[in-house]
Design a protein around this ligand. Structure first.
Ligand code: G3I
Length: 318
């Protein structure tokens, strides 16, 4: 069978996966599958601030550099994830007592140093991640509280200055369909672009659950960003389910993946479709949602699930 990556290439988009670098180091089936099926990769954790600068001024790029090298040797592009987020921050940032001015300088340094470190090696950066609440207001975070809403524009300007060649994304969840959150994000990026802020793309994470159903207007949502001249991507697709899995849930899951991929395929500037892991052997879901799991397109033994066939079929017919 042709790989997802090969089918994606014909359809004009990259097919990516989040990579767990511990699994990459220890599990040869995992490693071979990443290398074979995908044309782009995202670091699931190792480019996050908590891991890149655990102590102030002491950077640890080893794990992230290793992934970038792996990608290069397999002709894969890299999505950088993520520069400005409220979560997975180093303790020295969250527990330090800094003035707003100091925090702004700390954030500026972080964005600049990380983007500069990877300069020329990152295709798309998730510059700002999960900045909104579901009602469309900005999320209360260390950044909003101390820096005000201007931190978003600042982050994009700093990132662009550090690597003018990287495509800069704003990324969030629950913005797949047209709703209060996606509309607020749309209004923000529209305004930022009018002001000349270098925000190039919108990332729809795509964390779905079979028991909640899937929005029917993902393509309509993507179209409005496309009409602004923006790129878009599905950045973290997975479709979890209440355990145990059964055939009905697995079929529903396949439809969920198709909703996301199908919307990307019909959107002119949708550049890539990334799954948040590809095997149920390694997934963030059971640790976060009790009693749920089986969110990926291969099972824990790397056997193909209906969702994997659905992706193959959608790409073939595109
Ligand atoms: O590596 C440490 C290990 O040394 C330690 O013993 C263990 C004990 O808790 O923790 C390990 O770190 C965990 C890390 O994943 C690596 O496995 C963290 O606790 C755990 O919180 C972390 O979870 C990650 C989560 O982001 C953190 O918010 C998930 O792997 C990762 O899939 C998830 O990814 C996010 C995206 O970045 C943003 N969108 C949502 C998505 C899913 O939550």
């Amino acid at each position: 069978d042709p790989t997802l990556g090969a089918l994606g290439r014909k359809a004009g988009l990259r097919i990516g996966t989040a990579v767990d670098t511990s699994a990459l180091a220890t599990d040869s089936t995992y490693r071979e599958t990443v290398a074979r099926e995908f044309t782009s990769v995202t670091a699931e954790n190792v480019m996050k601030w908590q891991l890149t600068e655990p102590e102030r001024g002491k950077h640890d790029w080893a794990a992230a550099d290793g992934l970038v090298d792996f990608a290069r040797s397999h002709k894969q592009l890299v999505r950088g994830h993520t520069l400005v987020w409220h979560s997975q921050l180093p303790a020295w940032v969250t527990e330090g007592s800094f003035t707003p001015e100091e925090l702004r300088e700390i954030l500026r340094r972080h964005v600049t140093e990380e983007v500069r470190h990877f300069k020329g090696r990152i295709w798309q950066w998730d510059v700002v991640n999960e900045a909104f609440n579901d009602d469309g207001t900005l999320r209360d975070s260390i950044w909003l509280r101390n820096l005000g809403p201007g931190y978003i524009a600042d982050a994009f300007r700093w990132a662009h200055q550090a690597d003018p060649g990287a495509k800069l994304y704003i990324n969030d969840y629950n913005i797949e369909g047209v709703n209060a959150k996606s509309t607020a994000l749309y209004e923000l990026v529209k305004q930022l672009r009018q002001e000349g802020v270098p925000v190039h793309g919108v990332g729809l994470q795509g964390h779905f659950a079979v028991q909640y159903g899937f929005p029917g207007d993902v393509a309509a949502n993507l179209k409005r960003f496309d009409d602004l001249g923006m790129e878009s991507a599905i950045t973290e697709a997975d479709v979890r389910m209440p355990m145990p899995a059964d055939n009905v849930k697995l079929q529903a899951q396949a439809r969920g993946y198709s909703v996301l991929l199908g919307a990307c395929l019909v959107t002119r500037r949708c550049t890539d479709f990334t799954v948040w892991g590809f095997t149920d052997k390694y997934s963030w879901v059971p640790g976060t949602f009790e009693g749920e799991g089986a969110a990926n397109v291969l099972d824990e033994n790397y056997a193909v699930k209906p969702a994997f066939d659905a992706l193959r079929q959608d790409l073939t017919l595109a």
